[in-house]
Design a protein around this ligand. Sequence first.
Ligand code: FES
Length: 445
Amino acid sequence: DTMTNLAEFEPESGLVPPGIYTETDLYQQELERVFGRSWLFLAHESQLPTKGSFVQTYMAEDPVLVVRQRDGSVAAFLNQCRHRGMRLCRSDQGVAKAFTCSYHGWGYDLAGSLVSVPELERGYRNDIDKSRWGATKVPRLARYKGLIFGTWSADAPEFEEYLGDMAYFLDAIVDRYPGGIEFVGGASKWVIECNWKFAAEQFASDMYHVNVSHASAAIALFEDPDMQKLGVVPPGLDGRQSTRNGHGSGAAFAPEFLAFETPGSPYTDYLTENRDDIVARIGEERAIRTTLSHNTIFPNFSWLEGRNTMRVWHPRGPGEMEVWSWAFVPAGASAEAKRASKRATEFTFSPAGVLESDDGENWPEIQTVLRGWKARQNAMNFQMGLGFEEYRGWGMPGMTNDTISETNARGFFRRWLDLMQGRSWQEIAESDQGRLTEFLAQKGE
Ligand code: FES
């Protein structure tokens, strides 16, 4: 039997069985046990500017509509007509008064309740209980500083508890600018032939690849030949990574405020003008230390500070994912500064971006190698920095390590495994706490 036995997988060892990237049975379990129980990113408030504004998105493979209600609240429901299962709204986004299924015409209101059925009298003798045939609601939504998350789970912790220490890093983005952030333009969407975990884990944990994988990007990014040789992230910079609850954030610490921003860009001008405000909001140290950071909120929502992209890795089978990526900008910036920021995002992280395309090479190559039965026998190595973790090192929250380490990946896989093994949220919280207590005892703290 070559199927992966999850009972033998111990993320803390740093050895990862490749079957978790390839096996269809595990993938089907993942949809239910990981995506069905976690908080998933749905939309940013700026995508829903008016009453009736809606966007279509996915919670893993489930299509979902996120809709601004007449009272300003937000509702989300499965984008599935309850008559015969047709996608009940076929637009990506827009403004609606109601949703009418294009198959037989059942009509739903902005909250997803069934309100009209054609041929009601002739077809149903006026006898159908509309209240039983509304679209399936996403039962729990969380609105966090402009970001909207949803979960199908009744017993997942409240979103802020789920976020835990990761709030320090998320707030570094969403609290950074006066007026917060907004998404500009639509989502860039593309398919990559690889498992979603390659991307989610890399954005949680992997600064190690940057100067190797993105060596050619440095040539496109910089005109100065010395800068080109140094790479995208100047080597030797101090930096840390931090994980808790399966989330991960890592950064190379900028030497000073605006060290990595393009001089002369209207976006850089905006940051310079607002420096005091930014420092007052999130503190100087955090502002500097997070400007070149990669981040994942478990399971599949990631962002890059400094390149201003947020994205979701939607799973599409064990060997395929669909990336949905947005450029975000400071909501209070001038149109010119927003344009400059968006252009910088697109130049680096978009389907044709000079950094994005390198990542899009690596992951499918691994996926292809894993088609081999022999290749699938070899555990992957996530052992970097093992034993050198520090709890709350560098004055940062969470379990920390050097930015060149794989502590965050091990944390990501621990949460993934706990969910895959069907542990309750209560059990997960207790075993997390137990591991931390043991860790601190070993360190004599
Ligand atoms: Fe929607 Fe029939 S499938 S009305």
